[in-house]
Design a protein around this ligand. Structure first.
Ligand SMILES: CC(C)(COP(=O)(O)OP(=O)(O)OC[C@H]1O[C@@H](n2cnc3c(N)ncnc32)[C@H](O)[C@@H]1OP(=O)(O)O)[C@@H](O)C(=O)NCCC(=O)NCCS
Length: 150
């Protein structure tokens, strides 16, 4: 099986929307994805011919904000999330970013455990940040500068 990462295109949107609606209660609209493809950093993970995951992030100088990150539900717990995060972090290190940060629902242990694996640390809480259902967000941060000093 061939697992590849490549830039997201408009042709990916049908499969992305299927996953998005499957895994998020307050999912992004297709229009929002179209806008982000044009201006942000967006990649998909393809396993053979199937799109199995995607990530979307914004660049602020040397800081990267991960806005969306998902793997197809049927394929959870098989290491694909870790592979996609490894791909993202290698890309950001090559591009010489200093920090990555993200928001995660407080109850989303699958995601926050994965982020902790890679050294992300909780940084601050955003009260009632999410809707459907209303929940606090935990902002997590990974500082590449620490590794650059080693
Ligand atoms: C978060 C997500 C991308 C993880 O993808 P995945 O392919 O299932 O993750 P992996 O199989 O690579 O798991 C990696 C690690 O994550 C953690 N993890 C994954 N699922 C977990 C769960 N249900 N509970 C606790 N930890 C979990 C574990 O630490 C796991 O390591 P382990 O296998 O050594 O225990 C996936 O659950 C997902 O798409 N969730 C819905 C969308 C989402 O929540 N996105 C993040 C928004 S902030």
């Amino acid at each position: 099986m061939k697992n590849i990462f490549r830039k997201m295109t408009l042709a990916d949107l049908t499969q992305i929307m299927q996953i998005e609606k499957q895994v998020f209660s307050n999912f992004w609209s297709e229009v929002f994805f179209i806008e982000t493809i044009e201006k942000d950093i967006c990649y998909v993970n393809r396993l053979d011919r199937e799109l199995i995951g995607y990530l979307v992030g914004k660049k602020f100088n040397k800081v990267f904000y991960l806005m969306n990150f998902a793997i197809k539900k049927e394929l959870h717990h098989q290491g694909y999330g870790m592979q996609m995060m490894r791909f993202l972090l290698s890309f950001l290190i090559k591009e010489n970013f200093d920090f990555v940060f993200l928001d995660v629902r407080e109850s989303n242990k699958a995601a926050s455990n994965l982020y902790k694996h890679f050294g992300f640390a909780p940084y601050r809480k955003k009260l009632n940040y999410y809707s459907s259902p209303v929940e606090d967000a935990v902002q997590m941060l990974l500082n590449f500068n620490w590794f650059k000093k080693l």
